[in-house]
Design a protein around this ligand. Sequence first.
Ligand SMILES: Cc1cc2nc3c(=O)[nH]c(=O)nc-3n(C[C@H](O)[C@H](O)[C@H](O)COP(=O)(O)OP(=O)(O)OC[C@H]3O[C@@H](n4cnc5c(N)ncnc54)[C@H](O)[C@@H]3O)c2cc1C
Length: 395
Amino acid sequence: MDFRLTAEQESLKREFEEFFAREESRAPEGWSGGLFAIFESDENWAYHRSVAERLAEKGWLSLPWPKEYGGKEHSYIEQLIFNEVKAYHRVPGVDMWGPQIVAPSILEHGSEELKKKWLPRIARGEINWCQGWSEPNAGSDLASLTTKAVEDGDDFVINGQKIWTTGAHRADHIFFLARTDQNAPKHRGITYFVSEIDKPGITIRPLLYMHKKREYNEVFFDNFRVPKKNVVGQVNQGWYVTMAGINFERSMIGTVAELKRGLEELVEFCKKTVHHGRPLGEATLVRQKLAQMAIELEATKQWAYYVSWLQSKGQNVPAESSAAKWFSSELTVRFANIAIEIMGLYGTLKEGSKWARLQGRYEDLCQASLGITIAGGTTETMKNIIAWMGLKLPR
Ligand SMILES: Cc1cc2nc3c(=O)[nH]c(=O)nc-3n(C[C@H](O)[C@H](O)[C@H](O)COP(=O)(O)OP(=O)(O)OC[C@H]3O[C@@H](n4cnc5c(N)ncnc54)[C@H](O)[C@@H]3O)c2cc1C
């Protein structure tokens, strides 16, 4: 693998860097980046929406899509560069689900009618999605979900409960899985739906973090109606739409880039903060911890590029992307802990406290980082995939 970017990729990267540096400078006061910040206040949400509009004007919400649907047919590497630069600048604007999951699923499995209705709205950044997959008894074993969809005229009628639905309280659309055949083997009776959220029959309740911030929700369907034309793929084939169409940011470059920015700021903090008469950065233990993080981050970055490079060659990379997810999420936990250790009690304070440092970012990250090792597949699940699909060990 050649790690150098082509001249075109270098030039695109510069374009991204200029754009995101400018957008970062427009951030509302106290903006700290990440999901908490996006959902936290109306002002922050408005910032997220306004960046989305600018990204849409540039056609950057649909970089890899086919030209016929408004895309630019960019490769995985170019998408990776975009995600890396965006995450480094902590700029919002890309809905977590629409461009990266819903659009690829519709592109691969959706009817022409679905493509014409939904893709332009996603590319224009007009709509925000949430993902209704997990249920109280269906997480790692997602196929055991029990939310029911029953045919009634031109609609399906949905009843059941979802959990951990990130951003449902800000979203205007939901994509979800429901069981349409009670008697089929569990993977074969599931259907994939897309829908507006602001309709009768849906209730959204918050699930708060210990420090009361809100990212997650429970979603209850009570005779919620979805038109049949909103099925993505075939009825009862939703499992395969889900598995084949997912285009998660699999290299995890966003996590790497955010941590890289965090490390740079932490190094600055250690240079400037004097403890017992000398800068923190001169203490051997502090230096060792920062160096260890720098090494692990560099290794994770190289791995991210490797995963994208394999994908750009058309390879399916379940084990490699699982390794990226596992290592980068666990690294985030280590990073948050080390940042708090180095910053001492200042690091444990919330944004807004006059003694808080680095905008209280690491108090937030300590709360959120454990969840990152669970969301989108737990560490144990990632290890199973590596064992089964990468190392070919028996199940
Ligand atoms: C921060 C966060 C955000 C999320 N956002 C969303 C969202 O927006 N939409 C959505 O639909 N879901 C979301 N989820 C849900 C997430 O996908 C599930 O939490 C995850 O799949 C794990 O499922 P579970 O919580 O039911 O745990 P379980 O599956 O019950 O697992 C419990 C424990 O058992 C382990 N385990 C389970 N099966 C095995 C096995 N076969 N081998 C070894 N160990 C095993 C797990 O690794 C875990 O440690 C989110 C979760 C979190 C924490």
